[in-house]
Design a protein around this ligand. Structure first.
Ligand code: SF4
Ligand code: SF4
Length: 282
């Protein structure tokens, strides 16, 4: 089962929900989490532990001038404008390269080979015998965040249960996170902004044909607007977390309600079962 926890906007408590799910499920089974919020990763803060760091490297083209005839095929192919064929040389802008490999494929002279560029890193930790944390970190000054997400996701491949903590919003990194998942939980809050951004995120999930459910966080008891939108979009509300002083106190000191309250642990386990029901997976 590959479950993404996402939200249309930042600050809804998405990472807290992902961490609570991971903790609750890791009590009884092997769980791998992937923090795909590579520009501001913070899932690991809930599980302090020693981490092992690996470079996140992506292939980029290197042109052999001895073979290149400056035919221009690679420049015409690259839709990202990362490679331009000038009069005397091939000019490459690594920040624009999406590592698709197309320029190597179309080169008639076999003049393009792959070389590797480090665009960030991936932290791996094992805070408990049944919980593995993998977290992508975009390198300083780098822009290819989706490449780091891809790299971090690849390290988790093969695990039977993976929980992805998506970046907020609906950008490329979110889409990269959602690709290949079985189901998605959208975390929202009962405010007009929450409702607006929930609708945007739900549309992205719909386009990717991902079964989706909703978690309402910090509910003040009046969720009519959010529930109305969920009804219109055909999204089931799977959990409501109240705006409650005792919950806020736990979370403000970096705690988890599923760790400190048995009741919440079983509620998060039930949330996972409902999410599996959305995707038809166990
Ligand atoms: S396609 Fe190959 S031969 Fe043509 S300009 Fe690009 S690198 Fe050179
Ligand atoms: S690998 Fe793809 S994105 Fe990068 S320069 Fe070549 S064609 Fe452009």
């Amino acid at each position: 089962m590959k479950l993404v926890v996402a939200s249309g906007k930042g600050g809804t408590g998405k990472t807290t929900v992902a961490a609570n799910l991971a903790y609750a499920l890791a009590r009884s089974r092997e769980v791998v989490t992937v923090d795909c919020d590579v520009e501001a990763p913070n899932l690991h803060l809930f599980f302090p532990s020693m981490a092992h760091e690996l470079p996140a490297r992506v292939p980029v083209p290197a042109v052999d001038p001895a073979r290149c005839t400056l035919c221009g095929e690679c420049g015409r192919f690259c839709r990202f404008g990362a490679i331009s064929v000038l009069k005397t040389e091939v000019f490459f802008l690594p920040d624009l390269c999406h590592s698709c490999g197309g320029c190597r494929y179309v080169c008639p002279e076999n003049a393009v080979r792959d070389e590797y560029r480090t665009v960030g890193s991936v932290r791996c930790a094992r805070p408990s015998p049944s919980l593995t944390l993998i977290g992508g970190v975009l390198g300083e000054g780098e822009v290819q965040a989706p490449a780091v997400v891809r790299y971090a996701k690849r390290l988790a491949e093969g695990a039977p249960l993976i929980i992805y903590d998506a970046p907020p919003g609906i950008g490329c990194t979110v889409i990269e996170t959602l690709k290949g998942a079985d189901a998605c939980l959208l975390v929202t809050e009962s405010t007009p902004f929450g409702a607006h951004d929930l609708a945007l995120a739900a549309e992205v999930a719909r386009q990717l044909e991902l079964p989706t459910g909703v978690v309402i966080n910090r509910s003040d008891g009046d969720d009519r607007a959010i529930r109305q939108i969920c009804r219109e979009l055909g999204l089931p509300v799977l959990m409501t977390i109240p705006f409650d002083r005792s919950i806020a106190t736990i979370q403000n000191r970096g705690g988890l309600i599923s760790r400190e309250h048995d009741g919440w642990r079983s509620r998060f386990a039930a949330l996972f079962a409902d999410a599996c029901g959305l995707g038809g997976r166990a």
